[in-house]
Design a protein around this ligand. Structure first.
Ligand SMILES: NC(=O)C1=CN([C@@H]2O[C@H](COP(=O)(O)OP(=O)(O)OC[C@H]3O[C@@H](n4cnc5c(N)ncnc54)[C@H](OP(=O)(O)O)[C@@H]3O)[C@@H](O)[C@H]2O)[C@@H](O)CC1
Ligand SMILES: Nc1ncnc2c1ncn2[C@@H]1O[C@H](COP(=O)(O)OP(=O)(O)O)[C@@H](O)[C@H]1O
Ligand SMILES: [K+]
Length: 502
């Protein structure tokens, strides 16, 4: 159920289902309407009146089916339409099968105690909602009428989650077969309320032909690749991570990454510290290995001797010009042995001033895989043109940036998007604002590095890290600070190990 479908992919799913039978278009629509009607009866059994607002397309068609079924169940139904469905459409068939006559939408006023079904626009939304439909949306909001949206809250793009003008705020959204990106991307997500995916008889095997490339992030996406220590493991076999510390006044961020990497299962973690910060790092570390690395030569010695599988560069690293040279040199030297480099925070800001050299390094034939973890501000610095394009959704921005940089991207925020240069993307949905606390991003980078070091492919490692990080925060609850996160991973990891062991 974790695949997310674009409107084109959903239309293909409908077509393939119709071709393989037994349901034709109107039968799928009857199934869709029946699923919505069942949810209305279950959730709002005492509604005084159920208003059903139908648009001109097939979303409206679903509404006519709901009207017929609820009326037959004895519910007081009030049917409203913004325009007759196109002749010959499934919606026209559904309207013809409905015994109720719709009233013009302009007269709609929700009565107290009523519930509204939003069947105005779904996958076919093509412009901002105006006129009677916009007024109806505003009246529901003013009267605080509970709304069940069919497929999507009208006004929200299923593709981007953007509001194209006024948009319904639903309590429940019932969509069909699979969710769409707009159910997970903000602001769409906050307009959906609870999203329920209903089965309308589309067979699962249509997905093999559609090959979706976008997913809701969760264990179904990466559990298969999730590491499990082997019986004969030793600490270096479990994956060695190297984390570069900043100077003596900014060492905490790298230590957070290092500790998170250790908790996330890296068998060994080395903190590489400038000489002037060795004392302060030593005072705070126990199980983490500490090693002096002043400049590139000492870093290169570490790479050659200790053969780490993953590196973290950026948290607290500083933004001076020599830092940029250092990062480029490490990327240049890491190919071959290092499976992946996580570039976060200062590393992203520094590389934003040298994008040409940076992208040349990440695109080089023998470059290690790179994972970039920008928040909104860092994304804007490194990818200013992509960030400034008003037509792109967060999903499209993440994909474009991943392609441009030839890197996996964790584009952070309440709706974090993970994107791979091969076009795959995942949208995270278990985030919590508890994560908006200083240093939580440093922890995320460490978790991702640990999973890469344990041989997870970078896209899967990045996705798993984002999910684990958020899950740990949710379970820990209020009062969370970044220091708590590494230990808070424990119950989540234990549960995953159990599921995987089954
Ligand atoms: N068998 C099936 O096909 C099944 C379909 N299903 C259902 O169908 C839904 C998709 O149906 P759909 O493609 O007809 O699109 P829909 O969202 O109803 O709108 C299109 C119409 O609205 C118009 N329009 C758009 N925006 C507008 C605006 N702002 N203001 C004014 N007008 C606007 C647009 O006009 P146009 O863009 O052509 O000018 C067009 O006339 C899907 O969400 C699901 O609920 C399920 O039952 C499963 C089986
Ligand atoms: N409102 C929010 N809802 C969910 N996650 C959030 C929210 N705000 C921030 N986060 C998450 O918290 C982390 C913050 O990372 P970052 O901004 O790099 O912080 P820092 O630099 O302090 O470590 C990211 O994983 C981000 O996705
Ligand atoms: K709708």
């Amino acid at each position: 159920m974790h695949q997310l479908l674009t409107s084109t992919e959903m239309a293909k799913a409908d077509r393939l289902a119709i071709a393989s039978g037994p349901f034709d278009g109107i039968a799928l629509m009857r199934n869709a309407g029946a699923a919505v009607a069942a949810i209305v009866l279950e959730r709002y059994p005492h509604a005084a009146v159920v208003h059903i607002l139908c648009g001109p397309g097939n979303n409206g068609g679903d509404g006519y089916v709901v009207a017929k079924l609820l009326a037959a169940a004895g519910v007081a139904v009030s049917l409203w339409s913004s325009g007759a469905p196109r002749n010959g459409s499934d919606a026209a068939l559904a309207a013809a099968e409905c015994p109720l006559r719709p009233k013009p939408l302009g007269g709609f006023e929700p009565a107290p105690g009523s519930v509204a079904i939003d069947a105005l626009f779904g996958a076919g939304l093509s412009k901002a909602v105006e006129g009677d439909a916009a007024t109806a949306i505003a009246r529901c909001a003013e009267a605080k009428t509970p709304v069940i949206a069919i497929d999507l809250p009208s006004g929200i793009s299923g593709e981007s989650g953007k509001a194209l003008g006024p948009a319904v705020r639903a309590d429940i959204t019932v969509t069909f077969f699979r969710k769409k990106p707009g159910h997970l991307l903000y602001p769409g997500r906050s307009h959906c309320g609870e999203t329920i995916v209903a089965d309308i008889g589309i067979p699962e095997d249509v997905l093999a032909a559609i090959r979706p490339a976008c997913f809701e992030n969760g264990p179904a996406l990466w559990l298969e690749n999730f590491p499990q220590p082997e019986v004969d493991s030793h600490k270096y076999a479990r994956g060695h991570v190297g984390v570069f510390s900043g100077g003596q006044a900014s060492t905490g961020a790298a230590r957070l990454s290092a500790l998170a990497a250790a908790r996330a299962g890296a068998g060994a973690v080395t903190l590489l510290s400038p000489g002037n910060a060795l004392q302060v790092n030593a005072a705070h570390l126990t199980s983490i290995i500490l090693r002096k690395a002043d400049g590139f030569e000492e870093a290169a010695e570490f790479l050659a001797e200790r053969k780490p599988r993953a590196l973290v560069l950026g948290p607290g690293l500083g933004t001076g010009p020599q830092i940029g040279d250092f990062i480029l040199q490490v990327i240049g030297a890491a190919g071959g042995g290092v499976a992946g480099i996580v570039l976060d925070a200062d590393a992203i800001s520094v590389m934003a001033r040298r994008t040409e050299e940076f992208f040349a390094a990440t695109r080089a034939k023998d470059a290690p895989a790179v994972l970039l973890t920008p928040h909104e501000g860092e994304f804007g610095r490194l990818f200013p043109e992509i960030a400034a394009d008003p037509d792109l959704s967060k999903l499209a921005r993440a994909r474009a940036a991943a392609r441009l940089a030839n890197a996996v991207l964790i584009y952070k925020g309440p709706d974090t998007v993970i994107a791979s240069p091969d076009g795959r993307a995942a949208i995270n949905s278990n985030g919590t604002p508890l994560l908006a606390t200083a240093g939580s991003g440093d922890v995320l980078g460490g978790i991702a590095a640990a999973l890469i070091a344990q041989a997870m492919p970078v896209f899967e490692a990045a996705s798993a890290a984002v999910w684990l990080h958020a899950e740990a925060a949710r379970r820990f609850g209020p009062g969370l600070i970044a220091e708590d996160l590494p230990l808070a991973l424990r119950p989540v990891l234990a549960e995953l190990a159990q599921v995987k062991g089954r």
